[in-house]
Ligand binder design. Structure first.
Ligand code: NAD
Length: 420
């Protein structure tokens, strides 16, 4: 999982600001706007964990449900020393928009624990996870709010949460979390889902700008779950991936890179840097390479007002969350670069999480072909819905995605009315 990049400058204010901007464009009912500006439910827990040496440490965790108007809350759990309530609020709000853009029946939620998990033993991590799960048990469940992995949490952590909730209820509750291992009700295709979804969206986007993937050149920043898989799927589609990178730096080969071979090299040496036949390139220079498709798949805030005007890609497909700042957005739009925004481009992950939940509830599991066919349908339809708004209202693809998402949540909220 990714380490956090730069200082998170009040992400919650940024998330609220985005909503305000969209509310204005779409003339959103001010009552609905007021409701959506605040998370519906926030739970903060301070809980003790017995460490291996017998000391007791008290950790702070949060679970925020921004909206459950379209269905149960959905969103990951992050373990990181920088977690704070404002960040969790912002991430929860973004989940509301992401699930709405792809039209899956969820709201948005997010959780986090302030901890550096690298400093914990396996046993400590398990005790912390089980206690945190117990603390938030009152608000999560398959019909209430379904967590998933995020930064520094993984299928093992999900397994412990699933087991803890199951112990409490007295029976196995597979659908309480997604991102579980296959042996516990996980879904085929979940591991590749984010990158696969991103590729489906890119396939539609290239047609709109008259580009042939077979003749295209791509660059991928970040070589983890999202980036590595995006790189090899792009190559499978005929695109020449000339540069990739990780936290240690980037590599370039104008003739194209074989992502599988690079991945093998990274597994052996710890980095893509030094891959035989490639030249080194910095992460900054990589973003400015002449290419058709740029896939930021690492950190937030990498495309900023400082480098946006130097970006030469025709399409930016945001596999990462929040790689582009609002100032950069304006410059890219001015330069006619098509942005496939994070809430659309990386929504394949949450979509297959939804499939996992559906399979768990039905106790009936799908083949990989079925998963990918349904994922393709949802991603492509979502792209076209966003594209239509982009054309109709003459707004960039990010704003269009927000207009679509906020509109769907607002419609649900309006139909449900205000209780009592
Ligand atoms: P990961 O940890 O598997 O991989 C991250 C990669 O980024 C690693 O190769 C790492 O070396 C690299 N990296 C770290 N710092 C870097 C830097 N300064 N410059 C260049 N590369 C750097 O993480 P991931 O799951 O692939 O997530 C990547 C991004 O995609 C994140 O923004 C995440 O929120 C987003 N995302 C992931 C998923 C998913 O299902 N994995 C879903 C939605 C969004």
């Amino acid at each position: 999982m990714v380490t956090k990049a730069k200082e998170k400058t009040n992400v919650w204010q940024m998330a609220q600001g985005q909503l305000d901007q969209v509310a204005e464009i779409m003339n959103l009912d001010p009552n609905i706007h007021r409701i959506l500006r605040k998370p519906a439910r926030e739970l903060t827990v301070n809980f003790p964990v017995i460490m291996d040496d017998g000391r007791v440490e008290v950790f702070t965790g949060h679970r925020v449900q921004h909206s459950t108007h379209r269905g149960p809350g959905k969103g990951g759990i992050r373990y990181h020393p920088d977690v704070d309530l404002d960040e969790v609020r912002a991430l929860a709000m973004w989940m509301t928009w992401k699930t709405a853009v792809v039209g899956i029946p969820y709201g948005g939620a997010k959780g986090g624990v302030v901890v550096d998990p690298k400093k914990l033993s396996m046993r400590e991590l398990e005790r912390l996870t089980r206690r945190y799960a117990t603390e938030i048990n009152i608000i999560i469940g398959p019909e209430k709010d379904i967590p998933a992995p995020d930064v520094y949490t993984n299928p093992q952590v999900m397994s412990w949460i699933m087991d803890t909730i199951s112990m409490d209820r007295g029976y196995t509750v597979s659908g309480v979390v997604t991102g579980k291992p296959l042996a516990l009700g996980g879904s085929l295709g979940r591991n590749e889902a984010t990158a696969q979804g991103c590729i489906y969206v890119i396939q539609e986007a290239v047609q709109k700008i008259g580009l042939d993937l077979e003749d295209s050149v791509s660059v991928v920043q970040g070589f983890g779950n999202a980036g590595y898989i995006a790189a090899y799927l792009l190559k499978e589609q005929g695109s020449k991936v000339i540069a990739v990178s990780d936290s240690k730096g980037g590599i370039i080969n104008e003739k194209g890179l074989d992502a599988h071979a690079v991945s093998k090299y990274k597994a052996e040496t710890g980095s893509v840097v030094g891959f035989p036949g490639s030249e080194p390139i910095s992460n900054e220079a990589l973003l400015e390479l002449k290419c058709d498709i740029l896939v930021p798949a690492a950190l937030e805030n990498v495309i900023t007002r400082d480098n946006a005007s130097k970006i030469k890609a025709k399409i930016i497909a945001e596999a990462a969350n929040g790689p582009t700042t609002p100032e950069a957005d304006a410059i890219l739009t001015e330069n006619n670069i098509m942005i496939l925004p994070d809430i659309l481009a990386n929504a394949g992950g949450v979509t297959v999480s939804y499939f996992e939940w559906v399979q768990d509830l039905a106790n009936f599991f799908w083949s990989l072909g079925q998963v990918n066919e349904r994922l393709s349908c949802i991603m492509k339809e979502s792209f076209h819905s966003v594209y239509e708004i982009h054309k109709k209202y003459n707004v960039n693809m990010r704003l269009a995605a927000y207009v679509l998402a906020v509109g769907r949540v607002a419609e649900a909220l309006k139909l449900r009315g205000i209780y009592p």
